[in-house]
Design a binder for this molecule. Structure first.
Ligand code: TRP
Ligand code: SF4
Length: 409
């Protein structure tokens, strides 16, 4: 299930929101307009957990683990710059809450390989990142580790971009399967067991097979057939009810099925009109210095048909126009449309309001970041605090998980 509209932030709820980012270093304005602005909003309504997915970074960068720590600090400073507030949200680092690893391991026992292999990002990434050997156990397990991240906080919502939806879907399936396998309710079980003992052996075996197929592969058709088999049997009404309860779950919810909260697409493309991405070299960092912002925007390509100042242009064919759409008010947009199509303004002139708007947007972020740049120990403290809080929640889920699985001494 995918929600694109979070519940309005009129009051706080206890519902947990969880999201993570791999530590890629300094973030850019695309991250800000996509994810971070959304996080800063969600923290006003939900109990938010935002974490650095450093183990996930290792699945692709296992050969260069030494970059991760510096990237973590840089990235978290950008979260704070963007207004993510440690007094409202819990900020932490995945590898410092080792319970994620325990849940990952336990879930791994019952997760069919085919579920992992069919996740679209799996084959795509292996094909895209040709220079890396991703035929590893860790990389295959990427979405399962992500499921553990989410399920261990019993998160209700997971804000992510569209590319992550299959991972959230898989997390739901994993939760469902876990509850099915280990959430059996002893009372329902006992009654159903007594009832099925009264069935003819062939029917009993058929029922078991159908139920297994229905639960493990989600085949609703099988569930229907099992229902019919129960109805057609000569059992009492109470006995049939017990079998039906067992069939339709009869399970405790130990892990919660999370919902994806689709992050609205950032309206801001990269400097060249493609998606903003550090690897395309078309990005502006959240904390890019002023001179560099100015230079980058001044060098942006414009409508290729406007070779000379006197040639009229078409904003539709110009990436600068996309920036005006993201940043400028109606009056400025009108000024661009008219000035461009009549050659009334030059491109440098046209770019100036964009430069001004970006610098204006960055100013409060630079101010918020400065104390952390001056004193990175503050970032470490925030994360240490967040890890302690996250661990309490994670440990409580793990107690329930171990308990359900009977892993006690
Ligand atoms: N896979 C996510 C990404 O690449 C990062 C991530 C790891 C994550 N664990 C998560 C996101 C849990 C949401 C919830 O963006
Ligand atoms: Fe682009 Fe503005 Fe130049 Fe028109 S005037 S081509 S919109 S930069």
């Amino acid at each position: 299930m995918i929600s694109s509209e979070p519940i309005p932030d009129t009051q706080r709820t206890e519902d947990r929101v969880l999201s993570g980012m791999r530590p890629t270093g300094a973030l850019h304005l695309g991250h800000y307009h996509g994810a971070l602005k959304n996080w800063a909003q969600l923290q006003n309504t939900y109990a938010c957990y935002f974490f650095v997915a450093d183990w996930h970074a290792l699945t692709t960068h296992y050969e260069t683990p030494e970059t991760i720590s510096a990237h973590t600090t840089e990235m978290v400073i950008d979260w704070l710059a963007a207004g993510v507030d440690p007094s409202k949200a819990t900020l932490f680092v995945q590898s410092r809450v080792i319970e994620h690893a325990e849940l990952f391991l336990l879930l791994g026992m019952g997760t069919p390989l085919s579920w992992l292999e069919r996740v679209p990002t799996y084959k795509d990434q292996i094909a895209n990142l040709r220079d890396k050997d991703l035929t590893t156990y860790g990389f295959l397990g990427y979405p399962l580790l992500q499921a553990a991240d989410i399920l261990i906080y019993l998160a209700r919502y997971v804000p992510v971009g569209a590319d992550q939806i299959p991972h959230i879907e898989m997390s739901r399936e994993i939760a469902r399967r876990f509850n099915h396998l280990y959430g059996k309710d002893p009372l329902i079980e006992a009654q159903a067991c007594a009832a099925s003992a009264k069935l003819p052996e062939a029917v009993r075996e058929q029922l078991v097979a159908l139920r297994r197929a229905a639960d493990q592969e989600g085949l609703t058709e099988m569930r229907e057939q099992a229902r019919e088999l129960i109805s057609a049997s000569k059992l009492s009404r109470a006995e049939k009810d017990a079998l039906r309860a067992q069939l339709s779950g009869g399970r405790r919810q130990i892990l919660r099925e999370p919902e994806a909260l689709l992050t609205p697409e950032s309206k801001l493309p990269g400097l060249d009109g493609r998606k903003m991405s550090k690897s395309y070299g078309n990005s502006i960092a959240i904390r890019e210095d002023r001179a560099s912002v100015e230079q980058k925007v001044k060098r942006m390509p414009t409508d290729p048909a406007r070779v000379k100042r006197t040639d009229p242009g078409n904003p539709q064919r110009c990436p600068v126009w996309q920036f005006h759409l993201a940043y400028s008010d109606d009056a400025t947009q009108d000024w661009v449309q008219r000035g461009c199509t009549t050659a009334g303004i030059g491109c440098l002139e046209c770019k100036q309001p964009v430069i001004d708007a970006i610098l204006r947007e960055q100013q409060p972020m630079l101010e918020r970041a400065q104390p952390y740049i001056d004193n990175p120990a503050l970032v470490r403290d925030i994360l240490a605090d967040g890890c302690d809080k996250a661990r309490v929640t994670a440990q409580s889920t793990m107690r329930a998980v171990r308990d359900a699985m009977g892993l006690k001494i």
